[in-house]
Ligand binder design. Structure first.
Ligand code: HEC
Ligand code: HEC
Length: 294
C-alpha cells in the first residue's frame, strides 16, 4: 500500500473511532453486561467469595434467616442480583462513602447495605466486619470493576423517582392491579406461595421505613419495571394508582426512626401515620411534594 493510502486509511479509522465514541457518550447505550469482567481474571479463592456474594443477593432470606424478617431477597428489587434493569448495582462501590440525608453524615457501602437489612429486609444488621459482609462487598466490587468514580451510565441507579406524579385513585389502583395480572406472579401477598414475584405487602414484605415505602419510589418502579416482561406499558396515572393501592396495605412497621437530622425528610413515606391521615382525609395525596395538583 502506498503511504498516501495508509494515511487515508488511518484518517478514516480515526473519524470512525471518534464518531462511535461520540454516539456512545451521547446516549450511553452500552450493553451493561459487557462492563462486567470475566471471572477468569480472578483466583479460585476470589471467585468463591464473588459467587457467595451473588448467592446472598439472590437468596438473602433463605441464607440469612437471622437477619431477614420477611420473604424478600436483595434481588426482589435489585433485579438479576444487581445486573438487571431495576435498581442496578453495577458501579455501586464507586459511589461510596456517600453523604446520606437519612443519617446526616457520610456512610460507607457497608452502612448502606445494613440500612437495607433494617428496612427493605425488615431485619437485623449483619456484622460489618464479618465474612458475610465481605462476600457482599466482593461481589459488588466485581460488578463495579470496570467503572470509575464519576462515570455516568443510563442504567445506573441515580434518583429513581419522578416529579409531578399524577394524584392517585386507590380504588382504580385495586382494579388495575387485577386487570394487569400482577397477582399471576406476585401471588397472594402475605401467604406462602410458589409464585415467582416477591411479596408486595403483608408480613413477608419490606417495612414502612424502606425506600420502597416512599410513594414516589414505588410509582417509578412500577412505571419503569413492571409488569415484568411488559415493562413500560402502564401510564404514569396507572402506575400512580397501583403504587397507592399497594402502599395503603398493611406491612411491617420500621422500629427505628428515619431521622434525617438535618431536615429534608421526604414527605411521602407511607407509614402508619401518613396512611391514617390519608384514610381520614386530613392529608391529601397532592400534599406530597412530588405529587401534582390536578
Ligand atoms: C424492597 C426493595 C429493596 C430491597 C429488597 C433491597 N433494596 Fe437496596 N435499594 C432499594 C431502593 C428503592 C434503593 C434506592 C435508594 C433509595 O431511595 O432508598 C436501594 C439502594 C441500594 C443501594 C445503593 C445504590 C446506589 O446506587 O446508591 C445499595 C448498595 C443497596 N440498595 C443494596 C441492597 C442490598 C445488599 C439488599 C439486600 C440485603 C437490598 N439492597 C435490598 C430497594 C431495595
Ligand atoms: C411475569 C411476572 C411478574 C408480573 C406479571 C409482575 N411482576 Fe412485579 N416482580 C416480578 C419479579 C420477578 C420481581 C423481582 C425483581 C425482578 O426480577 O425484576 C418483581 C418485583 C416487583 C416489585 C418490587 C419488589 C417488592 O416486593 O415490592 C414491585 C413493587 C412489583 N414487582 C410490582 C408489580 C406490579 C404492580 C405488577 C402489575 C402491574 C407486577 N409487579 C407484575 C415479577 C412480576
Amino acid at each position: 500500500m502506498k503511504t498516501r493510502h495508509v494515511l487515508l486509511l488511518v484518517f478514516l479509522m480515526m473519524i470512525f473511532a471518534a464518531c462511535s465514541n461520540d454516539t456512545e457518550q451521547a446516549d450511553n447505550e452500552v450493553d451493561k453486561s459487557s462492563l462486567i469482567p470475566a471471572l477468569s481474571e480472578y483466583s479460585d479463592e476470589e471467585i468463591e467469595d464473588i459467587d457467595r456474594g451473588q448467592e446472598l443477593v439472590t437468596h438473602t432470606n433463605d441464607m440469612l434467616p437471622e437477619n431477614v424478617g420477611n420473604n424478600l431477597s436483595c434481588a426482589s428489587c435489585h433485579a438479576g442480583a444487581g445486573r438487571g434493569d431495576s435498581l442496578n448495582l453495577i458501579g455501586v462501590t464507586e459511589k461510596f462513602p456517600q453523604y446520606s440525608e437519612r443519617e446526616g453524615k457520610d456512610v460507607t457501602l457497608e452502612d448502606r447495605i445494613n440500612g437495607c437489612f433494617l428496612r427493605s429486609m425488615d431485619g437485623k444488621e449483619i456484622d460489618p466486619e464479618g465474612e458475610t459482609m465481605e462476600a457482599f462487598i466482593s461481589y459488588f466490587e466485581y460488578l463495579s470493576k470496570n467503572i470509575e468514580s464519576g462515570d455516568q451510565y443510563d442504567f445506573m441507579t441515580v434518583d429513581e423517582r419522578a416529579d409531578n406524579i399524577p394524584a392517585p385513585n386507590v380504588e382504580q389502583g385495586a382494579n388495575e392491579f387485577s386487570r394487569y395480572n400482577c397477582m399471576s406472579c406476585h401471588g397472594r401477598a402475605g401467604t406462602e406461595s410458589a409464585y415467582t414475584g416477591p411479596d408486595l405487602w403483608g408480613p413477608g414484605s419490606f417495612n414502612d421505613g424502606a425506600g420502597m415505602a416512599r410513594f414516589s419510589n414505588m410509582q417509578y418502579f412500577i412505571k419503569h419495571y413492571m409488569p415484568k416482561g411488559q415493562e413500560g406499558t402502564l401510564s404514569e396515572q396507572e402506575a400512580s394508582n397501583i403504587a397507592a393501592y399497594i402502599l395503603m396495605q398493611d406491612r411491617p412497621e420500621f422500629e427505628g426512626v428515619n431521622r434525617f437530622p438535618n431536615g429534608n425528610k421526604p414527605d411521602d413515606y407511607l407509614n402508619e401515620e401518613t396512611k391514617e391521615a390519608l384514610r381520614n382525609n386530613y392529608l391529601d395525596w397532592t400534599d406530597f411534594e412530588r405529587v401534582q395538583d390536578e
